[in-house]
Design a protein around this ligand. Structure first.
Ligand SMILES: Nc1nc2c(ncn2[C@@H]2O[C@H](COP(=O)(O)OP(=O)(O)O)[C@@H](O)[C@H]2O)c(=O)[nH]1
Ligand SMILES: [Mg+2]
Length: 336
């Protein structure tokens, strides 16, 4: 048995293409919308029933993909087992497996890196280089937002940058105090902003800093009013909201969280508590469902351990071995 995919504008067109090419024996194993607005149907075919001579040319606007990269069965099987043990949802796993099968390598790490590079965006924050816009860390309560602010501030200071710290977490008991205790260890002040207007004033006060970080109180992804209120603080486009999401969350819930925070403008995410989870499928589900890019990754509560940037290879390593390489290796570059 072998897998083949057919992509067309609609699922019935893709299925008609599959039947026209393969005859009645095609068994549909997955149907999926593609990023370009089309539909991809994956079918399983018996080896004997498949004769290249009978294949019809693909109609205009459709394409047929054969699974015949160098990867081979053992490589695809290793990737399959990694995706399954990470509880990666089937809809995401099928696309990754299909892409891994097309990779021109027999190394599972490189095949999965290649598949991840095709399917996800990677946009790590470089706190040692500053940021053109102030960054607000947003996400559910307890996600690790304050810890992330402290890690980014510490990294920036080590790199010789000037840092501004603001918090809109002014209502909750202890919310501000937690950031203040990190800040005093770094010899920084925290400006408290209880309203969007106060935040706008503090942004003016800190406009000369290389990096301005805004800590926020946790918001519920199930509460539209709470999120709309957060939106007011984001001040149009003036601040970049970055989603902080804990690892090990149920994939469907993680997807809902990411979609909700993408709704207030988050386009990339920082994954925290990776050291406390063995299944990283929630992170993939979140990024895939909401279209947010993989930013950075935290695997320790200690400030000095900082954040590691994500790239396809480090994400593949996390999925295959539970570890992220310490050096920012990017061997995936050697693949096309
Ligand atoms: N083990 C571990 N703990 C973390 C990590 N990031 C954050 N934490 C812990 O998670 C808890 C909540 O973090 P906090 O920054 O206060 O969350 P916030 O409510 O989103 O601001 C704290 O106890 C942190 O020390 C991480 O990467 N690994
Ligand atoms: Mg906090």
């Amino acid at each position: 048995m072998r897998l083949k995919s057919f992509t067309a504008k609609t699922s019935s067109e893709a299925m008609a293409l599959a039947r026209a090419t393969l005859g009645g024996e095609a068994i549909i194993v997955a149907t999926q919308e593609t990023a370009g607005g089309g539909v991809r149907v994956t079918v399983a075919v018996e080896e004997e029933g498949d004769s290249e001579g009978t294949a019809l040319p693909a109609p205009a606007g459709s394409e047929e993909t054969e699974h015949h990269g160098k990867a081979g069965e053992a490589t695809v099987d290793r990737v399959y087992r990694a995706l399954r043990s990470n509880a990666v949802p089937a809809s995401v796993g099928e696309v990754l497996l299909e892409r891994a099968g097309l990779a021109e390598t027999t190394d599972p790490l490189l095949a999965l890196s290649w598949a991840l590079r095709q399917e996800f965006r990677f946009a790590p924050l470089a706190s040692d280089r500053g940021a053109p816009r102030p960054i607000m860390l947003v996400g559910p309560p307890g996600a690790g937002k304050t810890q992330t602010v402290a890690k980014m501030a510490a990294r920036a200071l080590v790199g010789g940058l000037t840092v501004g710290l603001i918090s809109i977490d002014t209502q909750r008991m202890g919310g501000l105090a937690r950031l203040e205790s990190f800040a005093s260890a770094l010899a920084l002040d925290v400006l408290a902003a209880g309203s969007p207007e106060a935040l706008a004033d503090h942004l003016l006060d800190t406009a000369d800093r290389d990096l301005v970080l805004v800590d926020s109180d946790g918001r519920s992804h199930l509460d539209g009013m709470d999120l709309a209120d957060l939106g007011h603080f984001l001040n149009g486009n003036a601040i970049e909201p970055v989603l902080v999401i804990p690892d090990g969350v149920d994939p469907a819930e993680a997807a809902d969280i990411a979609i909700a925070f993408a709704g207030v403008g988050a386009t990339r995410m920082i994954l925290t508590r990776a050291d406390l989870a063995r299944r990283h499928g929630g992170a993939l589900a979140a990024a895939h469902a909401a279209g947010v890019a993989f930013g950075n990754h935290s695997a320790s509560p200690r400030i000095k351990d900082g954040l590691a940037p994500f790239d396809p290879r480090s994400l593949a390593s996390l999925l295959l071995s539970g570890r992220v390489p310490t050096a920012n290796a990017s061997g995936a570059e050697s693949l096309q």
